[in-house]
Ligand binder design. Sequence first.
Ligand SMILES: NC(=O)c1ccc[n+]([C@@H]2O[C@H](COP(=O)([O-])OP(=O)(O)OC[C@H]3O[C@@H](n4cnc5c(N)ncnc54)[C@H](OP(=O)(O)O)[C@@H]3O)[C@@H](O)[C@H]2O)c1
Ligand SMILES: *[C@@H]1O[C@H](CO)[C@@H](O)[C@H](O)[C@H]1NC(C)=O
Ligand SMILES: *[C@@H]1O[C@H](CO)[C@@H](O)[C@H](O)[C@H]1NC(C)=O
Ligand SMILES: CC(=O)N[C@H]1CO[C@H](CO)[C@@H](O)[C@@H]1O
Length: 308
Amino acid sequence: MRIAIAGTCGLALIIAQEIQSKTSHQLVILSRSPQPALIAAGYQCQVVDYMNTSSLQHALMGVDTVISTVNGNPQLRLIEAAVFCRVRRFAPAEFEGPPHLTPTGDALDRGRGLARAHLQHYRNSVQSTVFVCGVLYERFSVNGMQAHRIGMNTGYGNEGDFIVNARKMIAEAPVYSDSAGTMANICLTSVYDVARFVVRALDMPQWPAEMTMCGQRISINALVELIKTCRGRPYSNISYQTPDTIRYELSLAQMSGDVNKQRRLLTHLAAAEGRYDFATPAYLNASFPDIKPISFRDWFMRNWASVS
Ligand SMILES: NC(=O)c1ccc[n+]([C@@H]2O[C@H](COP(=O)([O-])OP(=O)(O)OC[C@H]3O[C@@H](n4cnc5c(N)ncnc54)[C@H](OP(=O)(O)O)[C@@H]3O)[C@@H](O)[C@H]2O)c1
Ligand SMILES: *[C@@H]1O[C@H](CO)[C@@H](O)[C@H](O)[C@H]1NC(C)=O
Ligand SMILES: *[C@@H]1O[C@H](CO)[C@@H](O)[C@H](O)[C@H]1NC(C)=O
Ligand SMILES: CC(=O)N[C@H]1CO[C@H](CO)[C@@H](O)[C@@H]1O
């Protein structure tokens, strides 16, 4: 099969590496700019202009499956080109919580809802699936997820931007899903396991509308405690949030015009409201039981090993 991956963020390249090293599929990486380092590493790359229909159509000629990591209008144009080129399957840039839990007009959406609607419209021409992995472990990484070239433009890509600052041992923990004290749960997966599941899914004869995968499902309270255990020291400051307290902080951040703080709070609100939570065993875990995703503890211990 000929596979196209759109984008060169960390997620795109980790999936690309998995395809290149574990399968005999042909791969082309689509990027807005020339990628000499990727070409030197043995990848086929194609420069595309998302504003230019014929450039996209040219790039997708003969492609069976597209895996997109590109958001917004560029992704809509890519979907249209895929339909034109009779691409069989298209996986849009999702890789977060289940879409049905996302409110319409969500500020964190980045055009994902429109892309799903577009694919729904073209469902008789192109199959699609939404890959659901919950929150990436890498959000808790040393130097943040941007150290993995993921989420660079989200406003929460730095170390400590999501729930826990494990260096300073400060936590703002959205542990409650309501004011009655119901515990919020979260599903998390490492991006390397996401890549393993996605690449195995390429060979599935049918793609359901949504495919979940999960490294670990845990309450946010237990997650915060687990990080404390891994770091071997208590929090110097920990505060617990509910959706109401987050909404209050959000209104303050809106008044002061702090956009990145608003985005960080919106991710906490999503976590508190259980929007990264879904049933386990997850669909892809159950479909490929030989893939044993790394646990959060093992991932975290390895990632933070060199930080005292
Ligand atoms: N679950 C989680 O915790 C989590 C966290 C972060 C991200 N994600 C998911 O991971 C995926 C990638 O997100 P990301 O934030 O890492 O990537 P991103 O910054 O949105 O960029 C993805 C790719 O899109 C291309 N791109 C960037 N800006 C563009 C523009 N204005 N026009 C056209 N193309 C553009 C770039 O490729 P080129 O420059 O090579 O063209 C880039 O590599 C998304 O599906 C996101 O939802 C999940
Ligand atoms: C659009 O892309 C095609 C094919 O790559 C190219 O020949 C053409 O010059 C491009 N048009 C513009 C306006 O850039
Ligand atoms: C602890 O964190 C809360 C919420 O982030 C903040 O309002 C408070 O000032 C912090 N306290 C100290 C002692 O740093
Ligand atoms: C988190 C999760 O979904 N884990 C499951 C992955 O799949 C295996 C095999 O079916 C299950 O045992 C896990 O519980």
